[in-house]
Design a protein around this ligand. Structure first.
Ligand code: ATP
Length: 249
């Protein structure tokens, strides 16, 4: 493990890279996860590495959607476990929601490693090993999922998803909440609710909103969900980024 001095101006970013690197060495993160992380970092720079108002709003609506759901599932991959394992376990507990390991580059070994890691960090039950169902219209291993998990979920929270799978989940009639720092990605444009924020900030923020909204009446929460306009939010993010860039130089 490389020692990074706390005084370094990019301390948090470097620590995060180190976490991803170590997780790759432990067989949790796929090599391409490093590339996906790099793309995320670039977009995080553009928004100023902070939760922007549109993301805060999306996190609030995501919390309402998860509270109102009948069978909510949180889909996790290697990067999510590397960066926010404890926080995602807490979120699943307070909603409550099921946790399922679901991988683009699926290998039985990595599924097993990720399930073990989540259990080590406190998760009681983690779906994903049995792979007894398939997400329709997707080819190969990445369509595999659990009948009692993602397959039968009404709401799926997919931090760091790829566009194809997001579209396929939508085509199955599920409500999809995505966390993606890239507002231009197909995932961001396909999901019902897109949170343009770093998973590291987004997950604890959704938990904060779940705690605040848990005792609200269902009708109020449902109205909040129904009135959400994801395209408007993406336009707001784009305008936020343009204004920010124009004001920098
Ligand atoms: P799409 O298929 O949706 O157009 P893509 O092919 O770019 O997207 P991936 O290559 O799977 O999708 O990349 C994953 C996405 O996750 C990237 O868009 C990246 O911005 C985002 N991302 C990476 N790290 C983080 C992070 N820590 N927090 C939030 N988003 C992240």
């Amino acid at each position: 493990m490389v020692e990074i001095p706390k005084s370094h101006p990019r301390y948090l970013s470097l620590k995060t890279r180190e976490k991803i690197k170590q997780a790759m060495k432990k067989g949790l993160v796929h090599e391409t996860g490093l590339i996906a992380h790099g793309r995320g970092e670039a977009f995080d720079y553009l928004i100023g590495e902070k939760t922007i108002p549109s993301a805060e709003e999306a996190e609030k609506v995501a919390a309402s959607t998860l509270i109102c759901a009948e069978n909510p599932v949180i889909s996790v991959n290697g990067n999510v476990v590397a960066l926010t394992a404890k926080e995602i376990i807490e979120l699943a507990e307070i909603i409550p929601a099921k946790l399922e390991v679901n991988l683009f580059h699926r290998s039985e070994k990595r599924i097993e490693n990720l399930i073990l890691e989540l259990k080590k960090q406190g998760a009681k039950k983690v779906y994903g090993a049995s792979a007894n169902a398939q997400i329709s219209s997707l080819e190969h291993n990445r369509s595999l999922c659990d009948k009692e998990g993602i397959y039968s979920a009404d709401v799926v929270l997919v931090p760091l998803e790829d566009g194809d799978r997001c579209e396929a989940l939508k085509a199955m009639g599920k409500s999809v909440i995505a966390i993606d720092l890239n507002p231009l990605s197909r995932t961001a444009r396909t999901a019902d609710i897109t949170i343009v924020d770093n998973v590291i900030r987004a997950i604890p923020n959704i938990s904060k909103w779940v705690k605040k909204l848990k005792n609200e009446d269902i009708e109020t929460l449902n109205n909040m969900v129904k009135s959400w306009n994801n395209n408007k939010m993406l336009r707001d993010v784009s305008s936020f980024i343009s204004k920010r860039l124009n004001s920098l130089f």
